[in-house]
Every structure is written in structure tokens, then in C-alpha cells.
Design a binder for this molecule. Sequence first.
Ligand code: SAM
Ligand code: SF4
Ligand code: SF4
Length: 318
Amino acid sequence: MEIMGRGFRQIIRESPLYFHLGLKIGGYKLFGRKSPFYGSADIINVCNLHCEHCYWWLNRKENEDLTTQQWKKIIDEKFKKQHVFIATLVGGEPMMRPDIVELFVKEFPKRACVVTNGTFPIPYFKDIYFYWISIDGDEKTHNKIRGEGAWAKTRENVLNYVKNNGQKAWKDIWITMTINSQNYKTVEKVIDDWKDYTNKIGFQFHTPFMENDPLWLPFGKERDKVIDRLIDLKLNSLKNYIINPKEQLEIMKQNWGGKGTTPIDCPTWAIVSVDHMGREKQPCCIGSAEKDSMKPICEKCGLGCYSVLLGYGIKGMA
Ligand SMILES: C[S@@+](CC[C@H](N)C(=O)[O-])C[C@H]1O[C@@H](n2cnc3c(N)ncnc32)[C@H](O)[C@@H]1O
Ligand code: SF4
Ligand code: SF4
């Protein structure tokens, strides 16, 4: 038995945590009580790439990064106090701060995942939940978005990780693809390229910060076609490989998040998101803690981590 990459023994070991998760879900369903399930942390304010689609660069300001002691305090105050179940590490590029990755893995054994561009060698941590490796298309398209040579570097690092870390190492590697107007035709190629070496794949859609963003794949025929194909694969040949539930994929055919830049149905409260200084970001994990920042357009949002919750009936403040 395996649920979301978690084995039977692990589920038994974690039963006290499910108690809190159960209370949170029950509290929400019965009384509308809103307490975060997940945490997300930008553990670094630096990145080695400058990808065409990236929201993080839009609001980046020159700032110091935090020490391990400072992060430990944030973990306790922002995440542990609220009993968040899973912590997701992002950035910038989180693998440029392996000390903080190690700290999170220690504090959240089997419950910390790292979203990475995979261009640095991928270290083995016995207690990591998994790595999300960002892939943005076939080799040519990925490189166009992420920079020349990026795909081959990531490919080499993933294959080395799988080869050098034991028979089950492939289970630690999940692929995340952010679908946009440049790469939507390469979805099946991405699956073909990676499925023999990795455990799961998750899809989300590009979320624009400005009207007329050419990378946004508009609602309508082309987008529906991609989603219907993914649903077909999910329900048939790739049941266990594609992580997105059908309900979530259906939701992503239209506006599910909000109006303009205001979230409405989007369950922003379910993920506590902090930036590289440990400040809470608004309205969500791609937002910012700074008031004068650029804002994501909720009406055109394609983010996976919130739409999946909505697919399970977990809604926003409205
Ligand atoms: C900001 S990156 C940080 C982690 C790491 N540097 C990486 O690229 O995986 C986190 C994820 O956000 C995705 N992303 C970046 N800009 C986005 C946007 N505008 N809409 C949706 N996802 C986006 C990236 O493709 C990546 O998978
Ligand atoms: S590697 Fe990640 S954080 Fe860096 S620019 Fe690309 S998407 Fe953004
Ligand atoms: S995830 Fe962010 S951008 Fe998307 S609908 Fe929610 S608040 Fe808006």
C-alpha cells in the first residue's frame, strides 16, 4: 500500500501527525475552522538561473539570507506551532543552501520536499520526503525557458541520483511541469523522457502577473485538449505516475481562484508561506511580504498546490 509516496509502515509511524491533520480537516469541514496544512519556505534569495516564466524574480529585492539558527526559530514559530504536515522548500534555488535543506529534513523527517531546478548534484538525505524537479518541456523548450544546457545538467544529476543511492532512490524524484503557451505541446514527451527514472509527475499551469502575459495558456480549446489528455492518461495508463487528481485537472480548465488579483475560492489559508526572511507572503506562496509588490492574477491562476485542495472541497475565505 502506498498513498502519496508514503508506505504502510511510515503511515503507522506518523499516526500522531494524522491526528492533527484529521483535526484540521474535521475542524474545517464541520466548523469552517482554518488552520494551515502545509508550509512553504523560500530558504534562499539567490538563484543560478533566470527562467523566462519565473514569478520569483519579479519581486526579488537585494536582501540577506538567514542563518540556520534563524530558520530553526521560523520553523518553530511559523510551522511547528501550527502543526503543519508537509514543508516545501523553494527559493530561488534551494539546493544552494544545503545546510537549510538538511535542517528542514531533520525537523520534518519524511515530510520535507524540495523544489529544485536540478542543476546542482542532488544530495541524498535518508529522511527527505522527495525532490520536485522542475522540467519545463522537452530538451529544446526547457532550455529556451531555463537557459542553454539546463536540461542536460538536470538529466545528468537525476540519473546520477537514481544510480548512486540504492534501488529505491528513484522514488525520491518527482517531476513538476508548469505548462505554458511555449511547452504545452511537449507534455507527453516530458512524460516519456522521465517516467522510467522517476516516481511521480505533477502538472500545473503558468500563473501570470500581468495581463497579456504571452506565456499564459488561455482558457479554451487548446488548454482543454491538454487537460483532457492528462485526465485520460491519469485514468488509464498512468494512474500511479500522474499525481494530479481528475477533479483538480478539471478545475484548471477555467478560473477557480478569484477575481482580478483577489483570491476568493482559492484556499490561501491552507499553506503558510514565508519568504527568505521568514516573513509571511500574501496572498499565497507566489506572492510577497512587501506591500508594493507585483501580484499574481488569481483569475488566471494555474498553481497546483492550491487547486488540488479546492478539488477536495477545501475552499477560500468567501
Ligand atoms: C520559483 S521555483 C523555485 C525552485 C527552483 N528554483 C525550481 O526552479 O524548481 C518553484 C517552481 O515555481 C515554478 N514557477 C515559476 N514561475 C511560475 C509561474 N509564473 N507560474 C507558475 N509556476 C511558476 C517553477 O517552474 C518551479 O517549478
Ligand atoms: S530556477 Fe527556479 S527560482 Fe530560479 S529562475 Fe528558474 S524557476 Fe525561478
Ligand atoms: S494560488 Fe495565489 S495566485 Fe493563485 S488563486 Fe490563489 S492566491 Fe491567487
